[in-house]
Design a protein around this ligand. Sequence first.
Ligand SMILES: [Zn+2]
Ligand SMILES: [Zn+2]
Ligand SMILES: [Zn+2]
Ligand SMILES: [Zn+2]
Ligand SMILES: [Zn+2]
Ligand SMILES: [Zn+2]
Ligand SMILES: [Zn+2]
Ligand SMILES: [Zn+2]
Length: 409
Amino acid sequence: MRTDVGELEDRRVPCRMRGCRRTWTWRVGEQIRAHKAGQTEAPSRMCDACHAIYQSLEDREEPCSTKGCEGKWIWKRGAQLEASLKGTFEKPPKRVCPACEEKLRTTADVEKPCRIRGCKSTWTLTAVMQLKGVKEGMCPGCRGRFDKAVDLTQPCRVSGCTGTWVWNRWSQVEQAAKQGVEPGQEAKPPERLCDGCNERTKTFADQTLPCRVRGCERTWTWTKQMQVRAWAEAGGGANAEPLVAPDRMCDECNRTFGGLDDREVPCKIKGCRRTWKYSRQAQLERVTSGDAERAPARMCGECQDLLSKLEPIEQPCMNEGCGRPWLATPEQQLAAIREAQERGREPQLPQRQCGWCEEFLRTHEPIDLPCAVCGTAVHWPSHAQLRVELGTWRKPTHCSSCLAASVGT
Ligand SMILES: [Zn+2]
Ligand SMILES: [Zn+2]
Ligand SMILES: [Zn+2]
Ligand SMILES: [Zn+2]
Ligand SMILES: [Zn+2]
Ligand SMILES: [Zn+2]
Ligand SMILES: [Zn+2]
Ligand SMILES: [Zn+2]
């Protein structure tokens, strides 16, 4: 295309520097020369002001942005001019030195395990990160959760305590990983003590206490945690009363106790059909003291009541010719009453000899007497001696053969 030179005039052309709004003037003479050379477009050129600044600048060495690297990179004049137009001349850009650049080009990205405990995912440690000395990081899932999370106030895990604790973002991410929570779902908060309870636990120490079961020599441990709970349940507070240890069974008694049931055991009184309650507690004490599992002999409640109303009563000696009394105990009477009820008849006390007769028998050994005729020993047992004493029998004088002979004549 031909341009008529007569149409030309000075033109204002925008400065080529990015960020500069000024112009420079493309003179007619220059335009004609350009057109003759076949160039109709205005050349790319700086405005006078930019040019003046450019002339005053020099390429500058700037420190490498890699931490610990002593290397330098060159900040070119043109880039400095551009920065001054943007108003960032005072803050040179962060850039790495050529050596670091080379390192970046030749360093490969590495897959690293997520730093969140319990998370099995990985994240990419890029060359840039490696250059910056980054070693640990979160997988994208954990990172996303972490960035969205806010610290949460949680209630103290001690029931009865109104204190709270702060569940921080880090721990929230950890819990989510531990619980295998899907993205978008919330993790369940862990059970934790508030600061107050935490402080308080430091003043408690585990205590070893005796088992409350009679006869058991084992112990149980009143842990710090149990004490904190007891303290909080009692209202907590720094000036709370000193705690009183509860009466507890040792683990083994507890286990045994768990396997026991209250049992109904027959009354020990013969003829009584009622039972008494053998409690788990009583059974446990018996087992613990090394006794067999057999229930002890005991009366039912009714028999005990009746027994308390009975007095010892005198009964005649069963031995003929004695007439001395013996004392029937309330138990003997009770047994007689129950047996009579069982058989539907009148109560009958047993036949017994008196204390005097018993004493006689104990103090009189069987002896041998000589036969009045032949001198043979005649056996005289204790009970026969008692009969003689009571006047119902006679003392033997002859042996059986001499006695037979005397009867025969
Ligand atoms: Zn300019
Ligand atoms: Zn460097
Ligand atoms: Zn993770
Ligand atoms: Zn608390
Ligand atoms: Zn025990
Ligand atoms: Zn009974
Ligand atoms: Zn008697
Ligand atoms: Zn004889």
